[in-house]
Each structure stands twice: as structure tokens, then as C-alpha cells.
Design a protein around this ligand. Structure first.
Ligand SMILES: Cc1ncc(COP(=O)(O)O)c(C=O)c1O
Length: 388
């Protein structure tokens, strides 16, 4: 926690207010409402060799991080949070907190980068890695090994097919076997879903996406339900490996985060409007969006997500891969680029990014909804589909 800021009495305030005001911190030295960027890597020690203000060296902690982390912990309803240099660093810190021989049970459908890294790393690190279809809770029950499974890793909604994981059920299974549940909640954001409320032990975000929301910061976030030994090991990992977020990035991240409620709600509204507009389109065979009543996870999404279903949609083209690639090429308002969660809408042909062996169908286009006018986005898609 920053020692140079003043916290308003804010227990009763809503998340929207707390986030817009970054918990109401005011810089004590100057009265500034927008926090300074603390670039110093080192902090003055007292004559007694103590650090009277709580900071020593910025690989351990930094006031610019501390303010951001306090907001993130509050938004997720967690006990503590850390920010790191990328979403992948947050994944890596979590996985490397395990020990040789531990069983790690991972959702089969999830962000490709995580699967690619785990496939390479887990064996070399001596972890027993196993994938499971988290949509089939009986399969999860069969796969957990009491006393051996240390962690279940889920992602909800899952990139890029947007299945929703039943967090409460997974937490119950994990805890029954003496394991913990970590949830990559990047696509949901705490605006729509707070996994700790459903029993998750750890929440992870690629802050690169919606939380920062402006496509100009690479960052990762971990939020813990409780400050226990496991959390201490994860935090020590950040310090020891130096996977810290630079102060300038942390400052930009906090600036972006202040508007997360507005952005995520607008993106969710746009996504629902686009999903409905394309649901019966003759050139689209599937619209993958949990906000649609026809989606198999709709009832679960309704229960677990509040205020919207997220800004991410995938569509599958009835005529296959070439139609998908040509549709992406014909779009004008949507930009062809990877990543998601920014204010501008993006389109991506995922299979060609993920390469050979990907489970993602090659007729699939991933759409990241920005905050533009929904009519412009729908017209762009309809025109592009008309042309192919
Ligand atoms: C769901 C999900 N988790 C984690 C990551 C990794 O985040 P980063 O690119 O910030 O390392 C991504 C990146 O696309 C993602 O989509």
C-alpha cells in the first residue's frame, strides 16, 4: 500500500466509483489527484537500517504498483494483488509456484499461448500435466487426484471459443481433493464476473486486454483470495525472477483501468448486438457468444456473469477457411490484428496464428468488440460477408 496517499473512507462505495477514483487516493505531498510515477528503483533507509516508508527496492515493490494493485484487489474482492510484466508472466509465476511431481489439471480449451508454454515447460519442470474438458464436471471429478493434484487451471470465457467454466463447481471439486483453483478471467473482467466470489483461490488477468483497455500496455495480474504461504511463494517469485511491471506501464494501466466499467459494458452491448445480427446470417454457420440464448453455456453465463457477457465473439463461416480469410480482408472498420480488449474492434483468423495442430476450426474468425457504434460494426460485417 502506498504510504504517501490518503484513502477516503470508501467501504460503502460501488466498484464504479472506487475504480473511477482509484480508491480515492490523494497524494499527500502535493494534493495531486492523479498519482505521480515513482521511477526510483531504490528508497532511503533509516539510520536504524529499517525502511520507514515501507519501500526498499522496486523489484520488491513500488508505490505506483501498490496503488494499482490495491484497486485490482478491491475490484476482484481479493485479499491482495500483484501486477507483473505480461499475462504470461502471471501464468508462469503461478505454475512455477508448484513443485516437482505435482499434478496440474488444465482446461483443455484455453488460450493457445498458455497451452503451448505448458506443453513445453511442464515436463521439463517435472509437473504431471493433464488436460480436461472442464465443461464435463464428471470428467473433472475423475481426473483429480486427491493429495496429488495441486492446481486446477480454468479460463472463462475461454479464448477463442468462449465456453464458460462453472467456477463454483470447479472450486468444490478442487477443494475436495486438496487442490486450488486458479481462473484466467481475462475475457470476463471483474466488471462481469468475480471468480473469488465463486470459490476460486486465484484470479489471473492479461491486463494487456480489457483492464488497461487501450492496447498500449503489456501487463499481467494475479489476485489472491487469501494471503497464505502459496501467495507468499508467488509474490517471492515476482521479486526473485524480476517479472515486475515498469512504473510507467503501471501508471498507464491505472489510467486505463479507471474507465473499465464503461468500456466493458459498451463492448458487451456491441458484442450482443453483433451476435444477434449474425445469428441467422446465411453465410455464418455458428456464432460463438455466451450471451446468445442458443449458446449451450448461456444459463451458466447468466448466473456467473452480471451486467453482460463480454466483448468477445467468434464466428464460423459456412463456406470454410477461404471465406473466413476473405471476410477478414474485406472488413474496414474492424482492424486485422491480434490481441483484444481495446477500444477499437479487431478481427483475427486464429487458426493461422496458432498454426498446425490447433484445435481451433479454420473457418473461425475472432472478433474483439470495441466501443464504437454498434451499427457501424454490424454494417461493416454485413458488407464484408456480402462481398465474399
Ligand atoms: C486469455 C488469455 N490469457 C493470457 C494471455 C497472455 O497475456 P499476455 O499477452 O499479456 O502475456 C492472453 C493473451 O492473449 C489471453 O488471451
Amino acid at each position: 500500500m502506498p504510504t504517501d496517499g490518503k484513502k477516503a473512507s470508501n467501504a460503502e462505495l460501488s466498484p464504479e466509483t472506487l475504480t473511477a477514483q482509484a480508491l480515492g487516493w490523494i497524494d499527500e505531498a502535493t494534493g495531486a489527484i492523479i498519482p505521480p510515477i515513482h521511477t526510483s528503483t531504490t528508497y532511503e533507509r533509516g539510520g536504524d537500517l529499517e525502511y520507514p516508508r515501507g519501500y526498499s527496492y522496486s523489484r520488491s515493490s513500488n508505490p505506483t504498483h501498490a496503488q494499482l494493485e490495491a484497486v485490482l484487489a478491491r475490484l476482484e474482492g481479493g485479499a491482495d494483488a500483484i501486477v507483473v510484466g505480461a499475462g504470461m508472466s502471471a501464468v508462469a509465476l503461478t505454475v512455477t509456484s508448484l513443485s516437482q511431481g505435482d499434478h496440474l489439471l488444465v482446461q483443455r480449451k484455453l488460450y493457445w499461448g498458455v497451452r503451448k508454454w505448458l506443453d513445453d515447460f511442464a515436463g521439463r519442470f517435472g509437473l504431471a500435466l493433464e488436460y480436461v474438458d472442464t465443461g464435463d464436471l464428471d470428467a473433472v471429478r475423475r481426473a483429480v487426484r486427491p493429495g496429488e493434484t495441486r492446481l486446477i487451471w480454468a479460463e472463462s470465457p475461454a479464448n477463442p471459443t468462449w465456453e464458460v467454466a462453472d467456477i463454483a463447481a470447479l472450486a468444490e471439486i478442487a477443494h475436495g481433493a486438496g487442490a486450488r483453483l486458479a481462473v484466467d478471467s481475462t475475457a470476463a473482467t471483474p466488471v462481469l464476473s468475480r471468480p473469488i466470489e465463486y470459490g476460486a483461490d486465484l484470479v489471473m488477468h492479461a491486463g494487456t486486454k480489457y483492464l488497461n483497455g487501450h492496447g498500449d500496455v503489456l501487463a499481467g495480474v494475479l489476485v489472491t483470495a487469501r494471503e497464505d504461504d502459496w501467495w507468499a511463494r508467488i509474490k517471492a517469485g515476482r521479486q526473485d525472477l524480476g517479472t515486475v511491471l515498469a512504473p510507467m506501464e503501471a501508471w498507464l494501466f491505472l489510467r486505463g483501468l479507471r474507465t473499465v466499467h464503461l468500456r466493458v459494458r459498451q463492448a458487451s452491448e456491441n458484442a450482443l448486438a453483433v451476435a444477434k445480427a449474425l445469428e441467422d446470417h446465411p453465410k455464418v454457420s455458428h456464432v460463438l457468444y455466451p450471451g446468445l440464448e442458443s449458446h449451450p453455456d448461456h444459463a451458466l453465463a447468466h448466473r456467473q456473469m452480471s451486467g453482460g457477457f463480454g466483448g468477445m465473439i467468434s464466428i464460423r463461416l459456412a463456406s470454410g477457411r477461404d471465406a473466413a480469410v476473405r471476410t477478414a480482408a474485406a472488413l474496414k472498420v474492424f482492424k486485422r490484428a491480434t490481441s483484444f480488449g481495446g477500444v477499437e474492434s479487431l478481427v483475427e483468423h486464429r487458426a493461422s496464428i496458432e498454426g498446425a495442430g490447433t484445435p481451433v476450426p479454420d473457418d473461425l474468425l475472432r472478433l474483439s468488440m470495441g466501443i464504437e457504434d454498434a451499427g457501424d460494426l454490424i454494417r461493416d460485417l454485413e458488407r464484408a460477408l456480402e462481398e465474399v
